[in-house]
Design a binder for this molecule. Structure first.
Ligand SMILES: Nc1nc2c(ncn2[C@@H]2O[C@H](COP(=O)(O)OP(=O)(O)OP(=O)(O)O)[C@@H](O)[C@H]2O)c(=O)[nH]1
Length: 474
């Protein structure tokens, strides 16, 4: 074979190799592209219900608005809305936000005002002893502007209802604490009175207290005290264990805290004295209106005259509900139109209370607010405005005992917003977590003054640590 032929064969081989190489590269590229496309094709639409391992739920963009906040479904029996939650949808009326409140022009004619009070007016600067209606200059009257004009509902007592005496109510209603009693009475006493206590038994005691919602700090304190005293006193039998447990629990409830509800007037209202003003605050559904009504009965039973202010203007039926309570005890009710500014209604109520010379004005406020700022604005305003008429003597925070930690969160927020002076713990009849009493007091440093033990009109009892613990221990 000639050299020329060899060269041609080599060229041909190189050419074939080059073609194979190029074809290989192209094919490889093609494959890679098709792989990527496959991946793309298989990718699920963003967030379509996919949940990552971390538990983060992704929702596809541009889809309809997410389901309503559970607060919208909350009722007085379910989980309660917390402060700072979205507002609950009122049970039977349109929702109104605090942002809807239109502040009046100072100079606006009375008839167009939506809120009666913004600044001090002559009437509010009168001496406390002034006989109010007669001596008030006419110029002061626009303060209660017609738009929020109080609907004063004088309710004569058609049929005087018998009101249960208030003393000893906790003892009478002790049966209502049955659910909590099973934890303390049977649970704790069973553990403590059962002979030698090993580490495991103490863990059980701790768990029992935690389950009853006493909170970690109080639980630790109580357990430590019990452990020490059991050894020191040589507790050997169930009776001794019971006595010790009672003592430790009562002590943890700070029996020396002042628990009187400051609802008595300043001087004689018939002679220019001012009524006591009690603001009832709390998240909706906790039992504010019911508590206000029950408290009115307590006062009436004590021979006091009461005026009720229905400043919960979010829920139309709340005013109705309060009016019913009022009519049952012959208490006048001042209410605003639905959606009226709660501060205006509160102002009108207290003003009317001063004029009418009642002993006590109880103001049921609204707790249905979007944010802490909203709450602060509104409650702060209610208090400021009321104080133009009379001193606020008591701010009762109503907490639903069945909501546990949520109630505690609410309590913290409210106590930052207003100077809470007492706590009413409602629905203690429906919970095994009566221990929340301990925690609430400890957290807020504010005494539990009243407890709600049922839906009946006289199911409100003064809170007495000794009687309460006795009821818990059975
Ligand atoms: N079992 C029990 N139920 C109670 C107690 N206190 C109130 N309730 C019930 O709780 C529900 C709510 O009470 P309301 O007084 O309407 O609550 P509220 O806080 O005024 O609610 P809003 O007007 O929506 O803000 C009602 O069905 C009451 O009967 C209590 O101590 N025990």
């Amino acid at each position: 074979m000639s050299t020329t032929a060899l060269i041609w064969i080599l060229v041909a081989v190189v050419a074939v190799l080059a073609i194979v190489l190029v074809a290989g590269i192209v094919l490889a590229r093609r494959r890679r592209i098709s792989l990527a496309e496959k991946e793309k094709a298989e990718r699920k639409p963003k967030g379509g219900g996919y949940q990552t391992g971390g538990g983060i739920s992704l929702a596809p963009g541009g889809t309809p608005a997410p389901p309503a906040h559970p607060a919208g479904e909350r009722t007085e029996v379910d989980g309660q809305p917390g402060v700072g939650d979205d507002a609950s949808v009122p049970r039977d009326s349109k929702r109104r936000g605090i942002v809807d409140v239109t502040l009046p022009d100072e100079q606006a004619p009375a008839a167009t005002r939506t809120e009666p009070v913004t600044e001090p007016v002559p009437a509010q600067q009168e001496p406390a002893t002034a006989p109010v209606p007669a001596q008030r200059p006419p110029a002061a009257e626009p303060v209660t502007a017609p738009v929020t004009a109080p609907v004063v509902v004088p309710e004569p007592v058609v049929e005087a209802e018998e009101i249960e005496p208030t003393s000893g109510r906790l003892e009478r209603l002790r049966g209502r604490l049955a659910r909590s009693r099973s934890t303390f009475g049977q649970g704790l006493l069973g553990l403590l009175g059962g002979g030698d206590l090993d580490e495991e038994s103490w863990t059980d005691v701790e768990d029992t207290l935690l389950l009853a919602d006493l909170g970690a700090a109080t639980t630790a304190e109580i357990v430590e005290k019990l452990r020490g005293e059991i050894v020191t006193r040589g507790v050997r039998n169930p009776e001794q264990a019971r006595a010790l447990l009672r003592e430790v629990l009562v002590e943890a409830l700070h029996p020396a805290m002042p628990r009187a509800v400051r609802a008595l007037p300043h001087g004689d209202p018939a002679n220019g004295g001012k009524p006591a003003v009690v603001l009832v605050v709390g998240v909706n559904g906790t039992g504010k209106t019911t508590t206000t009504g029950k408290l009115a009965r307590v006062l009436v039973a004590d021979g006091r005259t009461v005026l009720l202010g229905a400043a919960d203007t979010f829920r139309a039926a709340a005013a109705e509900q309060l009016a019913t309570w009022g009519s049952r005890v012959g208490a006048e009710v001042v209410r605003g139109n639905e959606g009226a500014d709660p501060a205006a209604v509160a102002f009108d109520a207290v003003k009317r209370g001063v004029v009418a010379g009642v002993d006590t004005v109880l103001v049921d406020t609204a707790g249905r607010l979007h944010t802490k700022t909203g709450l602060m604005d509104e409650l702060g305003k209610v208090k400021r405005v009321v104080e133009k008429q009379a001193e606020v003597d008591e701010v009762l925070l109503v907490l639903d005992a069945t909501t546990g930690q949520n109630g505690l969160t609410q309590a913290r927020v409210f106590s930052e917003v207003v100077d809470v002076t007492g706590i009413v713990l409602t629905k203690l009849d429906g919970t095994a977590k009566g221990g929340i009493v301990f925690q609430v007091q400890r957290e807020l440093g504010v005494p539990v003054k009243l407890v709600g033990l049922g839906e009946g009109p006289d199911d409100l009892a003064p809170f007495e640590p000794g009687a309460f613990v006795d009821a818990l221990l059975g």
